[in-house]
Ligand binder design. Structure first.
Ligand code: VG1
Ligand code: CO
Length: 541
C-alpha cells in the first residue's frame, strides 16, 4: 500500500512521565500530536521491520481512533504483524502478558490509567519493551529526544480495521490479528492461583463485590471471578468498559471508589470487596468494614504467598517503591530474602524481575504484582487475596490484624494535594531541598537522614536522581515528599507519612490520629498552607 510521508515539526512537552505520556484528549487529538509521538517511538526502539507489535488500551474516549492511526503507522514502519485486543481493549497487565507470551517487539498501551476519561478528560500512551514492562528511563529519554528533532512521520493509506471482528485483517502488508483480550491472561492466572480452592470458597457462600469502575477490567473480572470461579452473577459491578467510565473517576481508593466502600459497610456487607483502575493495574482490597492499605497488602501477600501454587516454592526477593511503607521489609527479613527499595513507577522493578532477584513488587499507590508479568496487576492481587482467604478461611480484617500482631504495624498514610499551582509546587520542593536537617531535632524527633532519594539499579547500574525528599527519623518514622508525574493539570504534591507501632493495643487507632504529630510536622516543614493555600489534602489514602 502507498506510504504517505507527512511533514511535521517537533511538539514541545512530549516527555513521558511516571508512566507514559498523558495529556488532555484535545491535546492528543490535535494536529500531529499522537503521530509525532508514535513515530518517535518507532524511530527509537531499533529495527521494527518484520516485527510484531501489541496494541490495546483501556477503552477510554479516543482509544479506537488512536488505534487506527497507530496501525497505519506500524504498517509504514515495516511491522509484519499487529496484535490488537478486540474492541481495542487490553488491560495493562494483559498487554504485558501477551507481549511476553508471543515474544513480540513490545507494545503500545493506550491509557491514562487512573485519570478520568471522556472528551474533556485525559488520554495517554506508553511503550512497553519486549520483556513486557514499561520502557526504562534510557528508552523514554531517547523517545523524548526524538520528539524534539522529528520532521516527518509515515503512514500507509488503508481502510479502518474492524476492531470488533476476531481474526486476521490487513493494513497494507501488515497482518492485524484481533484477539480475545481475556483468554491469555485468564490462562496465566490459572497457572498461579488455586482456582479449585476459590471455587470451594464461593460454593460455601463467600460473597464478593468487585467494582470494575466502568473501566477495562470488567470483561476480565466477569470471565474469571463469575464464570470460572463461581462468584454469584452480579458480583462484578460496573463491568462494561465505557468511554467516559460512566463519569466515574477510575481510581480505586477510598475517595473515588466510595460506592464500593459504602457497600462493604455494615453487617449485611459482602465478605470481600475490590476495585481496579482504568487500565487494570491497580487494586484496592476491602474486607467488611475494613480497608487494607496497599503497603499492608503487599506485606500480607508476601507472608502468605506460599499458599498460592505459583509461589509455593518460595520467593526470591521483594521490591517496593521508596514511599511504600516498610511493612514488606519486615516480612522479607523474616523470610530471609532481600527487599529492594526503588523509585516510584513500575519501570524500576523490571530489571529486578528479569534478573530473578524479586518475585513480588508493590507500591503504596494501589499497585501490586509479581514476576508473572512486568506490570502491576490489579486482578492478580484480588485473586491472590481470594486464594489466601480460601486457604485460611478467616476474614480480611483478621488476616491483617493478625499480621500486625505478628510483625508490628507500619502505620501509614498518603496525603495528596491535587491541582495546586505548578510554580508553588516547584517552590515548595526547592524550599525543602534547601533545608539541612540531618542530625537536627524536629518537633521532638531526631532526624537521622535528610536527603533527596537517588537510586542505582543493582542490576544494570543506571542511576536516577531527585526521586523524593526524605526525612528519616531515628525512631524509624519518616516523611517523604514528591511531585506527581502522572497528572495533566497543575501539580500534585504527595506527602507520605509513616511510623512503626509495635504495641498491639494501639494497632486499632485511626492512622490519621496515630500519625497526627508527624502530619503536623510535615505540613509545617514544607510550609504547605503558606505556599499552596491548602489547609487540607484533597485525597487521603
Ligand atoms: C502514580 C503513583 C505511582 C504509579 C504511577 C502509575 O505516579 O504514585 O506509584 O506507579 O502513578 O500508576 P505519580 O508520579 O503520579 O505519583 V498508573 O496505575 O497511573 O499506571
Ligand atoms: Co493504572
Amino acid at each position: 500500500a502507498a506510504v504517505t510521508t507527512v511533514a511535521t515539526t517537533p511538539i514541545a512537552g512530549q516527555k513521558p512521565g511516571t508512566s507514559g505520556l498523558r495529556k488532555k484528549v484535545a491535546v492528543f487529538a490535535g494536529p500531529h500530536y499522537l503521530e509525532n509521538f508514535v513515530q518517535s517511538v518507532f524511530d527509537s526502539i531499533g529495527d521494527t521491520a518484520g516485527q510484531t507489535l501489541v496494541v490495546g488500551g483501556d477503552g477510554r474516549y479516543h482509544n479506537r481512533a488512536a488505534i487506527q492511526t497507530i496501525l497505519r503507522m506500524a504498517a509504514a514502519a515495516g511491522f509484519a504483524k499487529a496484535m490488537v485486543g478486540r474492541g481495542g481493549i487490553l488491560s495493562t497487565p494483559a498487554a504485558s502478558c501477551v507481549i511476553r507470551k508471543y515474544r513480540t517487539f513490545g507494545g503500545l498501551i493506550l491509557s491514562a490509567s487512573h485519570n478520568p476519561g471522556g472528551p474533556d478528560e485525559d488520554f495517554g500512551i506508553k511503550y512497553n519493551i519486549p520483556a513486557g514492562g514499561p520502557a526504562p528511563e534510557a528508552v523514554t529519554e531517547a523517545i523524548y529526544a526524538r520528539t524534539q528533532t522529528l520532521r516527518e512521520y509515515r503512514l500507509v493509506e488503508a481502510a479502518a480495521v474492524d476492531l470488533d471482528r476476531l481474526g486476521e485483517q490487513r493494513v497494507g502488508a501488515m497482518v492485524v490479528e484481533v484477539f480475545d483480550p481475556v483468554a491469555d491472561y485468564a490462562a496465566l492466572m490459572e497457572t498461579l492461583i488455586d482456582f479449585d480452592a476459590i471455587r470451594a470458597l464461593f460454593a460455601d457462600g463467600f460473597r464478593l463485590r468487585y467494582d470494575a469502575m466502568n473501566a477495562v477490567t470488567g470483561p476480565y473480572a466477569v470471565e474469571i471471578l463469575e464464570r470460572r470461579l463461581g462468584a454469584a452473577p452480579g458480583s462484578v459491578v460496573n463491568a462494561v468498559p465505557l468511554e467516559d467510565f460512566g463519569g466515574m473517576h477510575p481510581d480505586p481508593n477510598l475517595v473515588h471508589a466510595h460506592d464500593l466502600v459504602a457497600a462493604l459497610t455494615g453487617p449485611d456487607a459482602p465478605d470481600f470487596g475490590a476495585a481496579s483502575d482504568g487500565d487494570g493495574d491497580r487494586n484496592m482490597i476491602l474486607g467488611r468494614d475494613f480497608y487494607v492499605t496497599p503497603s499492608d497488602s503487599l506485606a500480607v501477600l508476601a507472608a502468605n504467598a506460599h499458599l498460592c501454587p505459583g509461589y509455593a516454592g518460595g520467593l526470591a526477593g521483594l521490591a517496593r517503591s521508596m514511599p511504600t511503607s516498610a511493612a514488606a521489609d519486615r516480612v522479607a527479613a523474616r523470610l530471609g530474602i532481600p527487599c529492594y527499595e526503588t523509585p516510584t513507577g513500575w519501570k524500576f522493578f523490571g530489571t529486578l524481575l528479569d534478573a530473578g532477584r524479586a518475585t513480588l513488587c508493590g507500591e503504596e499507590s494501589f499497585g501490586t504484582g509479581s514476576d508473572h508479568v512486568r506490570e502491576k496487576d490489579g486482578l492478580w492481587a484480588v485473586l491472590m487475596w481470594l486464594n489466601i482467604l480460601a486457604r485460611r478461611r478467616v476474614g480480611v480484617a483478621e488476616i491483617v490484624t493478625a499480621h500486625w500482631r505478628d510483625f508490628g504495624r507500619n502505620v501509614y498514610s498518603r496525603h495528596d494535594y491535587e491541582g495546586i499551582d505548578s510554580a508553588a509546587a516547584e517552590g515548595l520542593m526547592a524550599h525543602l531541598r534547601g533545608l539541612d536537617l540531618t542530625g537536627r531535632e524536629l518537633d521532638g524527633r531526631k532526624v537521622a537522614l535528610f536527603d533527596d532519594f537517588a537510586y542505582t539499579d543493582p542490576v544494570d547500574g543506571s542511576t536516577s536522581h531527585h526521586q523524593g525528599i526524605r526525612v528519616l527519623f531515628e525512631d524509624g518514622a519518616r516523611i517523604v515528599y514528591r511531585l506527581s508525574g502522572t497528572g495533566t493539570q497543575g501539580a500534585t504534591l504527595r506527602v507520605y507519612i509513616e511510623r512503626y507501632e509495635p504495641d498491639p493495643a494501639r494497632h486499632g487507632l485511626d492512622p490519621q490520629v496515630a500519625l497526627a504529630d508527624l502530619i503536623a510536622t510535615a505540613r509545617r516543614l514544607a510550609e504547605i498552607e503558606a505556599r499552596t493555600g491548602r489547609t487540607e489534602p484533597t485525597v487521603i489514602t
